[in-house]
Design a protein around this ligand. Structure first.
Ligand SMILES: Cc1cc2nc3c(=O)[nH]c(=O)nc-3n(C[C@H](O)[C@H](O)[C@H](O)COP(=O)(O)OP(=O)(O)OC[C@H]3O[C@@H](n4cnc5c(N)ncnc54)[C@H](O)[C@@H]3O)c2cc1C
Ligand SMILES: NC(=O)c1ccc[n+]([C@@H]2O[C@H](COP(=O)([O-])OP(=O)(O)OC[C@H]3O[C@@H](n4cnc5c(N)ncnc54)[C@H](OP(=O)(O)O)[C@@H]3O)[C@@H](O)[C@H]2O)c1
Length: 445
Protein backbone atom coordinates (compact mmCIF):
# COMPACT_ATOMS: atom_id res chain seq x y z
CA UNK A 1 0.00 0.00 0.00
CA UNK A 2 1.30 3.48 -0.85
CA UNK A 3 2.12 5.73 2.07
CA UNK A 4 -0.22 8.61 2.86
CA UNK A 5 1.03 12.01 1.78
CA UNK A 6 1.00 14.25 4.87
CA UNK A 7 1.16 17.98 4.28
CA UNK A 8 3.23 20.06 6.75
CA UNK A 9 0.91 23.07 6.33
CA UNK A 10 -1.60 23.97 9.01
CA UNK A 11 -4.52 25.48 7.12
CA UNK A 12 -6.95 27.94 8.63
CA UNK A 13 -9.83 26.23 6.88
CA UNK A 14 -10.41 23.10 4.83
CA UNK A 15 -13.70 22.89 2.95
CA UNK A 16 -15.21 19.51 2.14
CA UNK A 17 -16.79 19.87 -1.31
CA UNK A 18 -16.48 22.70 -3.78
CA UNK A 19 -20.08 23.08 -4.85
CA UNK A 20 -21.94 26.41 -4.85
CA UNK A 21 -21.90 26.67 -1.03
CA UNK A 22 -18.13 26.57 -0.69
CA UNK A 23 -17.64 28.59 -3.88
CA UNK A 24 -19.71 31.36 -2.31
CA UNK A 25 -17.59 31.02 0.84
CA UNK A 26 -14.33 31.22 -1.16
CA UNK A 27 -15.52 34.53 -2.61
CA UNK A 28 -16.68 35.91 0.75
CA UNK A 29 -13.30 35.00 2.31
CA UNK A 30 -11.42 36.63 -0.56
CA UNK A 31 -13.44 39.84 -0.06
CA UNK A 32 -12.84 39.86 3.69
CA UNK A 33 -9.18 38.91 3.23
CA UNK A 34 -8.55 42.17 1.37
CA UNK A 35 -9.24 44.16 4.54
CA UNK A 36 -8.73 41.67 7.40
CA UNK A 37 -5.77 39.64 6.12
CA UNK A 38 -5.92 36.47 4.07
CA UNK A 39 -6.65 33.07 5.54
CA UNK A 40 -5.01 29.88 4.31
CA UNK A 41 -7.95 28.03 2.80
CA UNK A 42 -8.24 24.82 0.79
CA UNK A 43 -11.33 23.21 -0.74
CA UNK A 44 -11.39 19.50 -1.64
CA UNK A 45 -13.87 17.99 -4.07
CA UNK A 46 -14.23 14.35 -5.04
CA UNK A 47 -15.24 15.13 -8.62
CA UNK A 48 -12.54 15.11 -11.29
CA UNK A 49 -13.45 18.65 -12.42
CA UNK A 50 -15.99 21.27 -11.49
CA UNK A 51 -19.54 20.14 -12.15
CA UNK A 52 -22.88 21.15 -10.60
CA UNK A 53 -25.10 18.04 -10.51
CA UNK A 54 -23.54 17.33 -13.91
CA UNK A 55 -25.42 14.12 -14.65
CA UNK A 56 -28.78 15.84 -14.33
CA UNK A 57 -28.15 18.63 -16.83
CA UNK A 58 -30.66 17.55 -19.43
CA UNK A 59 -31.33 20.12 -22.15
CA UNK A 60 -34.73 21.22 -20.81
CA UNK A 61 -33.66 21.67 -17.20
CA UNK A 62 -33.87 25.25 -15.92
CA UNK A 63 -32.66 26.98 -12.79
CA UNK A 64 -35.40 27.06 -10.15
CA UNK A 65 -34.35 30.35 -8.66
CA UNK A 66 -33.69 33.81 -10.05
CA UNK A 67 -30.18 34.29 -11.49
CA UNK A 68 -30.02 37.35 -9.20
CA UNK A 69 -29.61 34.86 -6.35
CA UNK A 70 -26.18 33.95 -7.71
CA UNK A 71 -23.05 33.49 -5.58
CA UNK A 72 -22.67 37.16 -4.68
CA UNK A 73 -25.38 39.61 -5.69
CA UNK A 74 -27.49 39.51 -2.51
CA UNK A 75 -24.44 40.63 -0.53
CA UNK A 76 -22.38 42.54 -3.05
CA UNK A 77 -24.00 43.43 -6.38
CA UNK A 78 -20.70 44.97 -7.56
CA UNK A 79 -18.75 41.71 -7.23
CA UNK A 80 -16.90 40.51 -10.36
CA UNK A 81 -18.26 37.00 -9.64
CA UNK A 82 -21.88 37.83 -10.51
CA UNK A 83 -23.90 35.95 -13.12
CA UNK A 84 -24.29 39.22 -15.02
CA UNK A 85 -20.51 39.66 -15.17
CA UNK A 86 -20.19 36.06 -16.37
CA UNK A 87 -22.64 36.86 -19.20
CA UNK A 88 -20.69 40.00 -20.09
CA UNK A 89 -17.41 38.04 -20.19
CA UNK A 90 -18.94 35.46 -22.49
CA UNK A 91 -20.50 38.02 -24.85
CA UNK A 92 -24.10 36.99 -24.10
CA UNK A 93 -25.39 39.84 -21.93
CA UNK A 94 -27.59 41.39 -24.61
CA UNK A 95 -28.84 38.01 -25.83
CA UNK A 96 -29.67 36.95 -22.27
CA UNK A 97 -31.63 40.16 -21.73
CA UNK A 98 -33.51 39.42 -24.96
CA UNK A 99 -34.47 36.02 -23.55
CA UNK A 100 -36.49 37.92 -20.95
CA UNK A 101 -36.10 35.34 -18.19
CA UNK A 102 -34.87 35.13 -14.62
CA UNK A 103 -34.32 31.38 -15.04
CA UNK A 104 -31.33 30.40 -17.20
CA UNK A 105 -30.97 26.77 -18.20
CA UNK A 106 -28.97 24.74 -15.69
CA UNK A 107 -26.31 23.95 -18.28
CA UNK A 108 -25.54 27.66 -18.47
CA UNK A 109 -25.63 28.04 -14.69
CA UNK A 110 -23.22 25.12 -14.41
CA UNK A 111 -20.93 26.95 -16.82
CA UNK A 112 -21.20 30.12 -14.69
CA UNK A 113 -20.24 28.19 -11.54
CA UNK A 114 -17.34 26.53 -13.37
CA UNK A 115 -16.15 29.94 -14.59
CA UNK A 116 -16.09 31.17 -10.98
CA UNK A 117 -14.41 27.98 -9.72
CA UNK A 118 -11.74 28.42 -12.39
CA UNK A 119 -10.71 31.62 -10.63
CA UNK A 120 -10.01 29.74 -7.39
CA UNK A 121 -7.75 26.96 -8.69
CA UNK A 122 -5.01 27.81 -6.20
CA UNK A 123 -7.43 27.08 -3.34
CA UNK A 124 -9.02 23.92 -4.69
CA UNK A 125 -8.12 20.28 -5.31
CA UNK A 126 -10.33 17.99 -7.38
CA UNK A 127 -10.42 14.20 -7.45
CA UNK A 128 -10.01 13.88 -3.67
CA UNK A 129 -12.76 12.38 -1.55
CA UNK A 130 -12.65 13.30 2.11
CA UNK A 131 -13.12 10.18 4.18
CA UNK A 132 -12.84 11.32 7.77
CA UNK A 133 -12.15 14.34 9.91
CA UNK A 134 -10.24 13.41 13.06
CA UNK A 135 -9.25 15.31 16.19
CA UNK A 136 -5.65 16.50 16.70
CA UNK A 137 -5.36 16.25 20.47
CA UNK A 138 -3.05 18.12 22.81
CA UNK A 139 -3.60 18.05 26.59
CA UNK A 140 -7.00 16.37 25.99
CA UNK A 141 -8.14 19.26 23.85
CA UNK A 142 -9.00 19.18 20.17
CA UNK A 143 -6.49 21.80 19.03
CA UNK A 144 -6.97 21.18 15.34
CA UNK A 145 -8.46 18.74 12.86
CA UNK A 146 -6.89 16.16 10.60
CA UNK A 147 -8.60 15.80 7.24
CA UNK A 148 -8.06 12.44 5.56
CA UNK A 149 -8.86 12.15 1.89
CA UNK A 150 -8.31 9.67 -0.92
CA UNK A 151 -7.53 10.38 -4.56
CA UNK A 152 -9.14 8.45 -7.41
CA UNK A 153 -5.92 6.40 -7.70
CA UNK A 154 -6.19 5.33 -4.05
CA UNK A 155 -3.53 7.74 -2.78
CA UNK A 156 -4.31 8.95 0.73
CA UNK A 157 -3.70 12.54 1.84
CA UNK A 158 -3.51 13.85 5.39
CA UNK A 159 -3.87 17.55 6.12
CA UNK A 160 -4.17 19.61 9.29
CA UNK A 161 -6.48 22.58 9.75
CA UNK A 162 -7.81 24.87 12.47
CA UNK A 163 -11.34 24.69 11.06
CA UNK A 164 -13.40 22.72 8.59
CA UNK A 165 -16.58 23.51 6.71
CA UNK A 166 -18.55 20.47 5.59
CA UNK A 167 -20.50 21.36 2.43
CA UNK A 168 -20.77 17.93 0.83
CA UNK A 169 -24.37 18.18 -0.43
CA UNK A 170 -26.98 15.44 -0.49
CA UNK A 171 -26.60 11.70 -1.10
CA UNK A 172 -29.00 9.71 -3.30
CA UNK A 173 -31.96 8.24 -1.40
CA UNK A 174 -32.36 4.61 -2.47
CA UNK A 175 -35.67 3.01 -1.44
CA UNK A 176 -35.35 -0.20 0.57
CA UNK A 177 -36.77 -2.36 -2.26
CA UNK A 178 -33.86 -1.38 -4.53
CA UNK A 179 -30.93 -1.59 -2.11
CA UNK A 180 -30.05 -5.17 -3.08
CA UNK A 181 -29.76 -4.14 -6.75
CA UNK A 182 -26.79 -1.84 -6.15
CA UNK A 183 -24.32 -2.26 -9.02
CA UNK A 184 -26.94 -3.41 -11.55
CA UNK A 185 -26.61 -0.79 -14.31
CA UNK A 186 -30.31 -1.20 -15.16
CA UNK A 187 -31.27 0.56 -11.91
CA UNK A 188 -29.82 3.96 -11.12
CA UNK A 189 -30.54 7.12 -9.19
CA UNK A 190 -31.44 10.29 -11.09
CA UNK A 191 -28.15 11.86 -9.95
CA UNK A 192 -26.48 9.53 -12.53
CA UNK A 193 -29.09 10.09 -15.23
CA UNK A 194 -27.04 11.33 -18.22
CA UNK A 195 -24.06 8.99 -17.89
CA UNK A 196 -26.31 5.95 -17.30
CA UNK A 197 -28.68 6.79 -20.15
CA UNK A 198 -25.71 7.12 -22.50
CA UNK A 199 -25.14 3.35 -22.15
CA UNK A 200 -28.75 2.23 -22.68
CA UNK A 201 -29.86 0.54 -25.95
CA UNK A 202 -32.37 3.34 -26.67
CA UNK A 203 -29.39 5.52 -27.62
CA UNK A 204 -29.36 3.32 -30.75
CA UNK A 205 -33.11 3.63 -31.09
CA UNK A 206 -33.84 0.19 -29.67
CA UNK A 207 -37.21 -0.14 -27.90
CA UNK A 208 -37.09 0.07 -24.11
CA UNK A 209 -39.53 0.28 -21.23
CA UNK A 210 -38.36 2.50 -18.39
CA UNK A 211 -39.93 3.10 -14.99
CA UNK A 212 -39.38 6.37 -13.17
CA UNK A 213 -39.97 6.14 -9.42
CA UNK A 214 -40.97 9.41 -7.72
CA UNK A 215 -43.08 12.49 -8.36
CA UNK A 216 -40.73 15.41 -7.73
CA UNK A 217 -38.84 17.76 -10.06
CA UNK A 218 -36.21 15.13 -10.93
CA UNK A 219 -38.87 12.60 -11.93
CA UNK A 220 -40.65 15.18 -14.07
CA UNK A 221 -37.42 16.24 -15.80
CA UNK A 222 -36.46 12.62 -16.48
CA UNK A 223 -39.89 12.01 -17.99
CA UNK A 224 -39.63 15.01 -20.34
CA UNK A 225 -36.11 14.05 -21.40
CA UNK A 226 -37.04 10.41 -22.08
CA UNK A 227 -40.09 11.53 -24.03
CA UNK A 228 -38.23 14.13 -26.10
CA UNK A 229 -34.81 12.50 -26.62
CA UNK A 230 -35.67 8.81 -26.97
CA UNK A 231 -38.64 8.09 -29.28
CA UNK A 232 -38.11 4.34 -28.80
CA UNK A 233 -38.69 4.55 -25.03
CA UNK A 234 -41.97 3.83 -23.26
CA UNK A 235 -42.11 5.33 -19.76
CA UNK A 236 -44.14 4.41 -16.67
CA UNK A 237 -44.18 7.16 -14.05
CA UNK A 238 -44.71 5.46 -10.71
CA UNK A 239 -45.52 7.63 -7.72
CA UNK A 240 -46.92 7.10 -4.26
CA UNK A 241 -48.97 10.30 -4.39
CA UNK A 242 -52.22 10.82 -6.29
CA UNK A 243 -50.92 13.57 -8.62
CA UNK A 244 -47.89 15.65 -9.60
CA UNK A 245 -48.18 18.70 -7.37
CA UNK A 246 -46.92 22.20 -8.21
CA UNK A 247 -44.07 23.89 -6.38
CA UNK A 248 -45.41 26.97 -4.62
CA UNK A 249 -43.19 29.82 -5.82
CA UNK A 250 -45.75 32.59 -5.35
CA UNK A 251 -44.21 35.84 -4.11
CA UNK A 252 -45.40 35.98 -0.49
CA UNK A 253 -44.48 32.34 0.05
CA UNK A 254 -41.14 32.93 -1.65
CA UNK A 255 -40.22 35.23 1.23
CA UNK A 256 -39.39 32.09 3.22
CA UNK A 257 -36.21 32.00 1.11
CA UNK A 258 -35.09 35.45 2.27
CA UNK A 259 -32.18 35.97 4.69
CA UNK A 260 -34.62 37.53 7.18
CA UNK A 261 -36.62 34.30 7.27
CA UNK A 262 -33.47 32.42 8.26
CA UNK A 263 -33.30 34.68 11.33
CA UNK A 264 -36.95 34.06 12.06
CA UNK A 265 -36.61 30.26 11.85
CA UNK A 266 -33.44 30.22 13.92
CA UNK A 267 -35.06 32.26 16.71
CA UNK A 268 -37.83 29.66 17.23
CA UNK A 269 -37.82 26.64 19.50
CA UNK A 270 -37.33 23.26 17.82
CA UNK A 271 -41.07 22.47 17.63
CA UNK A 272 -41.86 25.74 15.88
CA UNK A 273 -38.84 25.41 13.55
CA UNK A 274 -40.10 22.01 12.46
CA UNK A 275 -43.60 23.37 11.96
CA UNK A 276 -42.26 26.14 9.71
CA UNK A 277 -40.21 23.73 7.61
CA UNK A 278 -43.23 21.43 7.21
CA UNK A 279 -45.57 24.31 6.39
CA UNK A 280 -43.44 25.27 3.37
CA UNK A 281 -42.33 21.76 2.39
CA UNK A 282 -44.29 22.10 -0.86
CA UNK A 283 -42.01 24.90 -2.04
CA UNK A 284 -39.23 22.38 -2.61
CA UNK A 285 -39.86 18.69 -1.95
CA UNK A 286 -42.10 16.24 -3.86
CA UNK A 287 -43.24 19.09 -6.11
CA UNK A 288 -42.75 20.12 -9.73
CA UNK A 289 -42.62 23.45 -11.59
CA UNK A 290 -46.10 24.22 -12.89
CA UNK A 291 -44.85 24.70 -16.51
CA UNK A 292 -43.45 21.20 -16.49
CA UNK A 293 -46.64 19.73 -15.02
CA UNK A 294 -48.60 21.37 -17.83
CA UNK A 295 -46.22 19.96 -20.45
CA UNK A 296 -46.51 16.46 -19.02
CA UNK A 297 -50.29 16.73 -18.85
CA UNK A 298 -50.26 17.83 -22.49
CA UNK A 299 -48.25 14.77 -23.51
CA UNK A 300 -50.72 12.43 -21.82
CA UNK A 301 -53.68 14.33 -23.28
CA UNK A 302 -52.29 13.99 -26.83
CA UNK A 303 -51.90 10.25 -26.19
CA UNK A 304 -55.65 10.13 -25.50
CA UNK A 305 -56.36 12.01 -28.72
CA UNK A 306 -54.15 9.74 -30.81
CA UNK A 307 -55.24 6.57 -29.06
CA UNK A 308 -51.60 5.50 -28.83
CA UNK A 309 -50.84 4.95 -25.15
CA UNK A 310 -47.05 5.23 -25.24
CA UNK A 311 -46.47 6.22 -21.61
CA UNK A 312 -48.37 5.35 -18.41
CA UNK A 313 -48.96 7.42 -15.31
CA UNK A 314 -49.27 5.19 -12.25
CA UNK A 315 -50.32 7.15 -9.18
CA UNK A 316 -51.04 5.84 -5.67
CA UNK A 317 -48.55 3.09 -6.40
CA UNK A 318 -45.94 1.61 -4.09
CA UNK A 319 -43.07 -0.61 -5.20
CA UNK A 320 -43.16 -3.62 -2.87
CA UNK A 321 -40.15 -5.43 -4.30
CA UNK A 322 -37.64 -5.25 -7.14
CA UNK A 323 -35.92 -8.32 -8.61
CA UNK A 324 -33.18 -8.45 -11.21
CA UNK A 325 -33.92 -11.08 -13.88
CA UNK A 326 -32.40 -11.89 -17.24
CA UNK A 327 -35.42 -10.26 -18.91
CA UNK A 328 -35.28 -7.03 -16.96
CA UNK A 329 -36.12 -5.57 -13.56
CA UNK A 330 -39.28 -7.07 -12.14
CA UNK A 331 -41.28 -4.73 -9.95
CA UNK A 332 -44.10 -5.89 -7.72
CA UNK A 333 -46.27 -2.79 -7.41
CA UNK A 334 -49.24 -2.26 -5.16
CA UNK A 335 -52.12 0.02 -6.07
CA UNK A 336 -52.76 1.79 -2.77
CA UNK A 337 -56.39 2.51 -3.63
CA UNK A 338 -57.40 -1.07 -4.46
CA UNK A 339 -54.68 -3.05 -2.68
CA UNK A 340 -54.06 -5.00 -5.90
CA UNK A 341 -50.47 -6.13 -6.47
CA UNK A 342 -49.22 -6.60 -10.03
CA UNK A 343 -45.81 -7.55 -11.40
CA UNK A 344 -44.30 -5.45 -14.20
CA UNK A 345 -41.02 -5.81 -15.96
CA UNK A 346 -38.81 -2.93 -17.08
CA UNK A 347 -35.55 -2.68 -18.98
CA UNK A 348 -34.42 0.16 -16.74
CA UNK A 349 -35.57 1.91 -13.54
CA UNK A 350 -34.72 5.53 -12.74
CA UNK A 351 -34.91 6.29 -9.02
CA UNK A 352 -35.95 9.94 -8.82
CA UNK A 353 -36.43 9.45 -5.10
CA UNK A 354 -34.63 12.52 -3.77
CA UNK A 355 -31.66 12.99 -1.49
CA UNK A 356 -30.62 12.36 2.11
CA UNK A 357 -28.47 14.72 4.18
CA UNK A 358 -26.34 12.47 6.34
CA UNK A 359 -22.79 12.85 5.01
CA UNK A 360 -21.73 15.15 7.88
CA UNK A 361 -22.39 12.37 10.39
CA UNK A 362 -20.11 9.96 8.55
CA UNK A 363 -17.29 12.46 7.98
CA UNK A 364 -17.34 13.76 11.53
CA UNK A 365 -17.83 10.35 13.23
CA UNK A 366 -14.28 10.35 14.73
CA UNK A 367 -15.21 13.58 16.59
CA UNK A 368 -18.49 12.19 17.91
CA UNK A 369 -17.67 12.50 21.60
CA UNK A 370 -17.20 16.28 21.25
CA UNK A 371 -20.25 17.00 19.10
CA UNK A 372 -23.54 16.09 20.78
CA UNK A 373 -26.58 16.32 18.51
CA UNK A 374 -24.98 18.23 15.61
CA UNK A 375 -26.56 21.52 16.70
CA UNK A 376 -25.16 24.68 15.14
CA UNK A 377 -25.10 28.31 16.21
CA UNK A 378 -26.55 31.09 14.03
CA UNK A 379 -23.30 31.18 12.00
CA UNK A 380 -23.47 27.47 11.13
CA UNK A 381 -20.71 26.56 13.62
CA UNK A 382 -21.24 23.27 15.43
CA UNK A 383 -21.81 23.60 19.13
CA UNK A 384 -19.14 21.35 20.59
CA UNK A 385 -18.09 20.61 24.12
CA UNK A 386 -15.45 22.93 25.54
CA UNK A 387 -12.58 20.54 24.86
CA UNK A 388 -12.96 21.17 21.13
CA UNK A 389 -11.07 24.33 20.18
CA UNK A 390 -11.27 23.70 16.43
CA UNK A 391 -14.06 25.27 14.39
CA UNK A 392 -16.50 22.96 12.60
CA UNK A 393 -19.01 24.53 10.23
CA UNK A 394 -21.70 22.97 8.06
CA UNK A 395 -23.61 24.14 5.00
CA UNK A 396 -26.55 22.15 3.68
CA UNK A 397 -27.06 20.14 6.87
CA UNK A 398 -28.84 22.82 8.89
CA UNK A 399 -32.37 22.83 7.45
CA UNK A 400 -33.82 21.90 10.85
CA UNK A 401 -32.35 25.02 12.50
CA UNK A 402 -32.06 27.51 9.61
CA UNK A 403 -35.00 26.61 7.38
CA UNK A 404 -35.57 25.49 3.81
CA UNK A 405 -32.99 27.81 2.22
CA UNK A 406 -30.24 25.70 3.74
CA UNK A 407 -30.09 23.07 0.98
CA UNK A 408 -30.67 25.59 -1.83
CA UNK A 409 -28.94 28.49 -3.57
CA UNK A 410 -31.29 31.04 -1.94
CA UNK A 411 -29.09 32.76 0.64
CA UNK A 412 -25.59 31.59 -0.36
CA UNK A 413 -23.89 35.03 -0.40
CA UNK A 414 -25.29 35.97 3.01
CA UNK A 415 -24.59 32.61 4.64
CA UNK A 416 -21.05 32.61 3.26
CA UNK A 417 -20.43 36.02 4.80
CA UNK A 418 -21.83 34.91 8.16
CA UNK A 419 -19.48 31.91 8.18
CA UNK A 420 -16.54 34.06 7.02
CA UNK A 421 -17.18 36.51 9.87
CA UNK A 422 -17.35 33.70 12.38
CA UNK A 423 -14.11 32.16 11.04
CA UNK A 424 -12.21 35.42 11.50
CA UNK A 425 -13.66 35.76 14.98
CA UNK A 426 -12.63 32.18 15.79
CA UNK A 427 -9.12 32.87 14.45
CA UNK A 428 -8.82 36.02 16.55
CA UNK A 429 -9.81 34.17 19.71
CA UNK A 430 -7.32 31.37 19.09
CA UNK A 431 -4.44 33.36 17.61
CA UNK A 432 -2.57 32.48 14.45
CA UNK A 433 0.94 32.36 15.83
CA UNK A 434 3.63 30.21 14.25
CA UNK A 435 4.12 28.43 17.58
CA UNK A 436 0.54 27.15 17.47
CA UNK A 437 1.24 25.76 14.02
CA UNK A 438 4.39 24.06 15.24
CA UNK A 439 2.60 22.57 18.22
CA UNK A 440 -0.06 21.15 15.96
CA UNK A 441 2.48 19.66 13.65
CA UNK A 442 4.22 18.02 16.56
CA UNK A 443 0.98 16.45 17.79
CA UNK A 444 -0.13 15.50 14.27
CA UNK A 445 2.95 13.51 13.41
C1 LIG B 1 -30.64 18.19 -9.87
C2 LIG B 1 -30.65 19.30 -8.88
C3 LIG B 1 -30.98 20.58 -9.27
C4 LIG B 1 -31.02 21.61 -8.36
N1 LIG B 1 -31.40 22.85 -8.78
C5 LIG B 1 -31.51 23.84 -7.89
C6 LIG B 1 -31.96 25.14 -8.28
O1 LIG B 1 -32.27 25.37 -9.44
N2 LIG B 1 -32.03 26.11 -7.34
C7 LIG B 1 -31.68 25.88 -6.05
O2 LIG B 1 -31.76 26.81 -5.24
N3 LIG B 1 -31.27 24.67 -5.65
C8 LIG B 1 -31.18 23.65 -6.53
N4 LIG B 1 -30.78 22.41 -6.11
C9 LIG B 1 -30.39 22.20 -4.69
C10 LIG B 1 -28.86 22.09 -4.52
O3 LIG B 1 -28.63 21.51 -3.30
C11 LIG B 1 -28.16 23.45 -4.61
O4 LIG B 1 -28.39 24.02 -5.86
C12 LIG B 1 -26.64 23.40 -4.48
O5 LIG B 1 -26.11 22.43 -5.32
C13 LIG B 1 -26.14 23.27 -3.07
O6 LIG B 1 -24.75 23.48 -3.10
P1 LIG B 1 -23.74 22.71 -2.13
O7 LIG B 1 -22.40 23.22 -2.45
O8 LIG B 1 -24.21 22.83 -0.74
O9 LIG B 1 -23.92 21.18 -2.50
P2 LIG B 1 -23.55 20.41 -3.86
O10 LIG B 1 -23.84 21.24 -5.03
O11 LIG B 1 -24.20 19.08 -3.75
O12 LIG B 1 -21.97 20.24 -3.80
C14 LIG B 1 -21.36 19.36 -2.91
C15 LIG B 1 -19.97 19.06 -3.45
O13 LIG B 1 -19.29 18.27 -2.50
C16 LIG B 1 -18.59 17.24 -3.17
N5 LIG B 1 -18.42 16.16 -2.19
C17 LIG B 1 -19.37 15.39 -1.62
N6 LIG B 1 -18.82 14.55 -0.72
C18 LIG B 1 -17.49 14.80 -0.73
C19 LIG B 1 -16.39 14.24 -0.02
N7 LIG B 1 -16.56 13.28 0.90
N8 LIG B 1 -15.16 14.71 -0.30
C20 LIG B 1 -14.97 15.68 -1.22
N9 LIG B 1 -15.98 16.23 -1.92
C21 LIG B 1 -17.22 15.81 -1.66
C22 LIG B 1 -19.45 16.89 -4.37
O14 LIG B 1 -18.67 16.33 -5.40
C23 LIG B 1 -20.01 18.26 -4.75
O15 LIG B 1 -19.24 18.91 -5.73
C24 LIG B 1 -30.72 21.36 -7.01
C25 LIG B 1 -30.39 20.07 -6.61
C26 LIG B 1 -30.36 19.05 -7.53
C27 LIG B 1 -30.03 17.67 -7.07
N1 LIG C 1 -34.34 22.10 -12.53
C1 LIG C 1 -33.96 22.09 -11.30
O1 LIG C 1 -33.54 23.09 -10.78
C2 LIG C 1 -34.05 20.83 -10.47
C3 LIG C 1 -34.11 19.56 -11.05
C4 LIG C 1 -34.17 18.44 -10.22
C5 LIG C 1 -34.18 18.60 -8.84
N2 LIG C 1 -34.12 19.83 -8.31
C6 LIG C 1 -34.13 20.05 -6.86
O2 LIG C 1 -33.52 18.97 -6.20
C7 LIG C 1 -34.16 18.73 -4.96
C8 LIG C 1 -34.65 17.30 -4.92
O3 LIG C 1 -35.69 17.08 -5.90
P1 LIG C 1 -36.04 15.58 -6.32
O4 LIG C 1 -37.17 15.61 -7.25
O5 LIG C 1 -34.79 14.89 -6.68
O6 LIG C 1 -36.49 14.92 -4.92
P2 LIG C 1 -37.78 15.19 -4.01
O7 LIG C 1 -38.40 16.49 -4.29
O8 LIG C 1 -37.38 14.90 -2.62
O9 LIG C 1 -38.83 14.08 -4.51
C9 LIG C 1 -38.57 12.74 -4.29
C10 LIG C 1 -39.73 11.91 -4.82
O10 LIG C 1 -39.41 10.55 -4.60
C11 LIG C 1 -40.44 9.93 -3.87
N3 LIG C 1 -39.87 8.93 -2.98
C12 LIG C 1 -38.99 9.12 -1.97
N4 LIG C 1 -38.71 7.96 -1.35
C13 LIG C 1 -39.45 7.01 -2.00
C14 LIG C 1 -39.61 5.62 -1.82
N5 LIG C 1 -38.97 4.95 -0.85
N6 LIG C 1 -40.46 4.97 -2.64
C15 LIG C 1 -41.12 5.62 -3.61
N7 LIG C 1 -41.01 6.96 -3.82
C16 LIG C 1 -40.19 7.64 -3.02
C17 LIG C 1 -41.13 11.03 -3.12
O11 LIG C 1 -42.43 10.58 -2.87
P3 LIG C 1 -43.35 11.17 -1.71
O12 LIG C 1 -43.77 12.51 -2.16
O13 LIG C 1 -44.47 10.18 -1.65
O14 LIG C 1 -42.50 11.19 -0.46
C18 LIG C 1 -41.04 12.17 -4.13
O15 LIG C 1 -42.10 12.11 -5.05
C19 LIG C 1 -35.26 19.77 -4.84
O16 LIG C 1 -34.73 20.89 -4.20
C20 LIG C 1 -35.52 20.12 -6.28
O17 LIG C 1 -36.06 21.41 -6.43
C21 LIG C 1 -34.06 20.94 -9.11
Amino acid sequence: MTQAIASPIVHDLIGVGFGPSNLALAIALQERGATHGELDVLFLDKQATYSWHGNTLSTQSELQISFLKDLVTLRNPTSPYSFVNYLKHHGRLVDFINLGTFYPCRMEYNDYLRWVAGQFTAQSRYGEEVQFIEPVLHNQQVEALRVISRGSDGQQFVRTTRSVVVSAGGTPRIPEAFKALKGDHRVFHHSQYLSQMARQPCVNNQPMSIAIIGGGQSAAEAFIDLNDSFPSVQVDMILRGSALKPADDSPFVNEVFSPEFTDLVFQQNSVERERLVNEYHNTNYSVVDIDLIERIYGIFYRQKVSGIARHAFRTLTTVESATATANGIELAVRNNATGEVTVRIYDTVVLATGYERQMHRKLLAPLEEYLGEFEVDRNYKLITDERCKAGIYMQGFCQASHGLSDTLLSVLPIRADEIAGSLYEHGKQRGHSRSVAELLLATAS
